[in-house]
Ligand binder design. Structure first.
Ligand SMILES: [Zn+2]
Ligand SMILES: [Zn+2]
Length: 492
């Protein structure tokens, strides 16, 4: 009954009706298999075609959207430069689809075409030139000011504007953060939100974090207030397996995540952008992941001496010993590799002193965000106990390799209340939690646990837990033993 009613309302409200059920992707997407075409078209709903460029043509393999009404059509993005230098058959494809639409709908005049972009990155604008000589065609400029002026977004990045295609009215919203001129487009007829590179099942690159967060909040509010059944982005980089990304630059993705993300994904994405903190590196969730690309000067810290706690003997992890002032205001957990003799010395010592903890202090001063990159190396001395508080040095000038970064975030004191979250890490028989540090006064605590949560997962305690005690249970784990508990460095 509800379906029928909404279908009737839909027909009454728009000349190009599309019930939710009408959105369908009948075929599997091209994904870099030998012999596939450079461009694939799927008619997803009446007047909505999704085009995908082949991974063989350009590894970015973007998705392009063509939306048509009774008088006009919008082409959102024009693809990436084909690697083989061949022209992408975009203009001919678009013209063919629009001619067919005109015929089917019995439209008298050819449709006016607007070529717009989700944003100005190269893999979204390459085919623009194919449309420059097309009659009754406008190509939207690439800067934020030009985009805002074209659509009438006078309060950029606030507000929204409508864009009329004739019996089909789209809404355009500013969505900066991945890129300064990024927009989202909403098509009520197909209940779809086109989200470009800001939200898709892949590695979402965040440049201006504050703008990106604000964009996510506005988009989520819009999605709650309108009939949004899916977000359709510009790429797919996740595999169908949760949390798993294809490596950057993959030219073959046989088991991709589906293109559409649902309203629950939009809500989760918004929540996570708010909770990420000022992160560095990559953070993966089941259906999308984030990567931070710092803007010039953003993480230019003075060099410092960055002591770290050592956790784990099978696999060695380091947890930076933070304070709330520069340049020590980072929570950093990384998987490290030590050379064989030092590793053996450490393991032997740890076996003989099961109740002790270990720390490590680099032999040189450097900036944390510059030095700590995957595969980077630095030298450090290893101590039983705290290197500044009477610990015993057990290995000198050890070459430490950064194997993988689990968590890397700069504090934003005052932005959020003190958290009751714990960051999981560990391998094999040894698993740990680190308290997620937010705001002074806080506690830096690492505990060994029983249980094996996914690395990087943030477990929620039922209350603002403060330090944990042995035997405590929450979120599927049990605390075995606190390894290190520090209040002093994180006092107000
Ligand atoms: Zn982009
Ligand atoms: Zn892109």
């Amino acid at each position: 009954m509800r379906l029928l009613l909404s279908a009737l309302l839909c027909i009454a409200a728009t000349a190009v009706p599309a019930r939710a059920a009408e959105f369908a992707l009948a075929q599997r997407w091209i994904h870099g298999a030998p012999g596939e075409p450079a461009l694939q078209v799927q008619a997803a709903a009446p007047g909505l075609w999704i085009l995908r460029q082949s991974k063989a043509s350009n590894f970015e393999a973007p998705f392009l959207y063509l939306i048509a009404g009774e008088r006009g059509a919008l082409l959102l993005d024009t693809g990436a430069e084909p690697a083989d230098g061949a022209a992408l058959p975009l203009r001919a494809t678009v013209d063919g689809l629009l001619r067919q639409w005109q015929r089917e709908r019995g439209l008298a005049a050819p449709l006016a075409l607007t070529v717009a972009h989700t944003h100005a990155h190269r893999d979204h604008v390459h085919g623009d030139d194919q449309f420059r000589d097309r009659t009754d065609t406008r190509i939207v400029g690439r800067g934020a000011a030009e985009v805002a002026a074209f659509f009438g977004l006078t309060r950029w990045p606030q507000g929204e504007a409508t864009f009329e295609l004739g019996g089909r009215t789209l809404t355009v919203l500013p969505l900066p953060g991945h890129e300064a001129a990024h927009i989202a487009v909403y098509d009520p007829a197909s209940a779809s939100l086109f989200t470009g590179d800001t939200l898709y099942p892949g590695l979402l690159t965040v440049r201006d974090l504050a703008a990106y967060r604000a964009s996510a909040q506005r988009l989520a509010a819009f999605a709650r207030a309108h009939r949004v059944e899916r977000a359709l982005g510009a790429h797919v980089e996740m595999s169908a397996r949760p949390y798993a990304l294809y490596p950057l630059g993959s030219a073959f993705q046989p088991e991709e995540h589906p293109l559409p993300l649902n309203p629950a994904h939009i809500a989760q994405w918004t929540r996570e952008t708010a909770r990420l903190g000022d992160f560095l590196g990559e953070t993966a969730f089941a259906d999308f992941a984030f990567a931070r690309v710092p803007q010039a000067g953003e993480f230019d810290d003075p060099p410092g001496s960055h002591g770290m706690l050592v956790a784990g003997t099978d696999a060695v992890y380091l947890s930076h010993l933070p304070m709330f002032h520069r340049p020590h205001d980072y929570q950093l957990i990384l998987r490290a590799e030590l050379p064989e003799p030092s590793l053996r010395a450490y393991r032997d010592d740890a076996r003989a002193h099961p109740d002790e903890y270990y720390t490590l202090v680099p032999t040189q001063r450097w900036a944390l965000p510059k030095t700590i990159q995957p595969d980077a190396r630095f030298r450090a001395d290893l101590y039983r106990g705290h290197f500044e508080r009477g610990g015993a040095r057990i290995a000198e000038n050890v070459e430490v390799r950064v194997a993988r970064i689990v968590h890397f975030r700069r504090f934003e004191p005052g932005r959020e209340p003190r958290s009751a979250e714990w960051i999981a890490f560990g391998e094999g028989r040894e698993h740990f939690l680190a308290h997620r540090i937010e705001t002074p006064p806080d506690v830096d605590q690492i505990v060994r646990i029983d249980g094996a949560p996914r690395e990087g997962a943030q477990l929620r305690h039922g209350r603002d837990s403060g330090a944990l005690k042995p035997g405590e249970r929450f979120d599927g784990v049990r605390v075995l033993r606190p390894i290190y508990t520090e209040y002093g460095d994180l006092a107000e």
